[in-house]
Design a protein around this ligand. Structure first.
Ligand code: HEM
Length: 463
């Protein structure tokens, strides 16, 4: 049979037992951990079982069996295919929104609970309009947002208060970190007037908990009404030096629905809390990199001094090792041809990021902490300086639907980490299994990380 004729055939389908293994070890645990908001109890179990390492091994076994794929899973009621080849990842992500739509059925059903008109749940003209709005407010193309100075100052202040508390407690645990983080996020997104409005983020957390169950759970409409009332109050204030202030200045159409875009920013900043806390764990357990970061920070001055390339790269490493969006979904809007056959319109393509992020055959330091990989310092062989084009390292997705908040979140996280590192010597107390001489685990539960903190002799905060 010619290659073309082969491609006209229906896509190769995995056997029932391989399908059950993929659902049981890859898709099931991802859903169980909570796609929209994490379930700490499940995460604790996943951490003990190192569930993500098992998932990567399962995906590699599928690739060994079925070749570069994609391979269809034998599930009833939904055409679903796993993407197994790096070039196919690029093709899928570059092909948004047609023929590979980011607004997949599953995402729309989950996001309907709190942002049915958010860009991630939108298609066609509405997506175009909302994407442009997001890019304009978040200044996606700029490494440094025009509000970088005041936004970093907010991050530095909240981190400074946290550092004071660490000085008293001589330790750092998740509840203290996440408390400071959300104060920072509310100030950055909604303005200083929202700093102590825990209710607005708690209401969103309740909606996200319902969203974890997608269509299986009705939207708590009263909670949604209260959340949007509270959110609108902050947007109406349009505080200068906050994203809410920028929102008020960016032109909109009747399609834009700005208040439906903002929940995604708050929601996505949650992922950044886990990622930055894990980045701190990486730095605390790799003292050489932490010292390098401190040296960099000591060598820079001015209001943007806390924006460190090395700290941004540490965030990227945290996200490579433990991606907060492990599964990127796209729905096909037309039939598409692949080496493994044809996939009809309306199918779901599943990209499991850890398969590519932890590929030892392609990445020399797949299971290590190597921030230099993102800065060009230690890229070397075989990949040299890694960019989104070289390899599907896709912590922020890629292509036309790439995360528009990427630069902003790296900037604010860097400011937060800079202050903590400058003010304290930080050692990872729990877990004890992270370090330069060990392969890093596939799963790392952020909620259980605990640090010992010792104030440094030169306590001049950065940022
Ligand atoms: C560590 C933090 C973050 C990570 C890892 C991350 C990652 C991602 C990923 C992987 C996607 C694509 C999802 C998909 O295709 O299904 C995405 C989309 C998006 N992110 Fe982020 N994100 C982060 C933080 C942020 C922040 C802080 C903002 C805003 C302030 C933001 C705004 C958005 C928006 C608006 C989209 C939808 C884009 C579209 O559909 O065109 N993200 N993000």
């Amino acid at each position: 049979m010619s290659a073309d004729a082969e491609r006209d055939q229906e896509m190769t389908t995995a056997t029932t037992s391989d399908t059950l293994a993929a659902v049981g070890e890859v898709l099931g645990p991802t859903i169980a951990k909570g796609v929209i908001i994490r379930r700490p109890g499940v995460l604790r179990v996943a951490d003990r079982l190192d569930a993500d390492q098992r998932a990567v091994a399962r995906m590699q076994a599928l690739r060994d069996t079925y070749g570069p794929g994609p391979v269809r899973l034998n599930v009833p009621g939904r055409t679903l295919a796993l993407v197994l080849d790096p070039d196919d990842v690029k093709r899928v992500l570059a092909g948004a929104p047609e023929p590979f739509a980011p607004a997949s059925t599953e995402k729309r059903s989950a996001l309907a609970h709190f942002q049915p008109q958010g860009v991630l749940a939108s298609h066609g003209a509405a997506r175009e309009d909302r994407r442009a709005f997001n890019e304009q407010v978040l200044e996606s193309d700029l490494p440094v947002h025009h509000l970088a100075e005041p936004l970093m100052a907010k991050a530095g202040e909240e981190a400074g208060r946290l550092a004071e508390q660490m000085g008293r407690d001589r330790r750092l645990t998740w509840p203290a970190y996440v408390d400071a983080w959300w104060r920072m996020v509310r100030r950055v997104v909604l303005g200083d007037g929202a700093r102590d409005d825990h209710a607005v983020t708690d209401l969103l957390a309740d909606l996200r908990a319902a969203a974890n169950f997608a269509f299986l759970r009705p939207t708590p409409t009263q909670t949604r009404r209260r959340f949007f009332r509270q959110l609108q109050g902050h947007l109406d204030r349009a505080e200068p030096d906050s994203l809410a202030g920028v929102v008020a200045d960016v032109p909109t159409t009747e399609l834009t629905r700005p208040e439906q875009q903002v929940p995604q920013w708050l929601f996505a900043y949650d992922a950044a809390a886990w990622a930055s806390y894990r980045a701190l764990a990486l730095l605390a357990s790799h003292p050489e990199e932490a010292e390098r970061a401190r040296d960099d920070l000591a060598g820079s001055t001015g209001p943007l001094a806390g924006d460190s390339e090395l700290l941004r790269a540490s965030m990227l490493e945290s996200l490579r090792l433990w991606p907060t969006t492990p599964v990127v979904l796209r729905d096909t809007t037309a039939p598409t041809r692949w080496a493994s056959g044809v996939l009809p319109a309306g199918a779901s393509l599943v990209i499991f990021a850890p398969l590519f992020h932890r590929d030892r055959a392609a990445l020399a330091a797949a299971d290590g902490f190597d921030p230099g990989m993102w800065t060009g310092r230690t890229g070397g062989e075989p990949l040299g300086r890694i960019t989104d084009d070289d390899w599907p390292l896709i912590p922020f997705s890629a292509g036309p639907a790439v995360c528009p908040g990427r630069n902003l979140v790296l900037l604010t996280a860097s400011a937060m980490l800079a202050t903590l590192l400058t003010e304290h010597d930080i050692r990872l107390e729990r877990p004890g299994r992270l370090g330069p001489d060990q392969a890093l685990p596939g799963t790392l539960n952020p909620f259980e990380l605990r640090f010992a903190a010792h104030p440094r002799a030169r306590p001049d905060a950065v940022a």
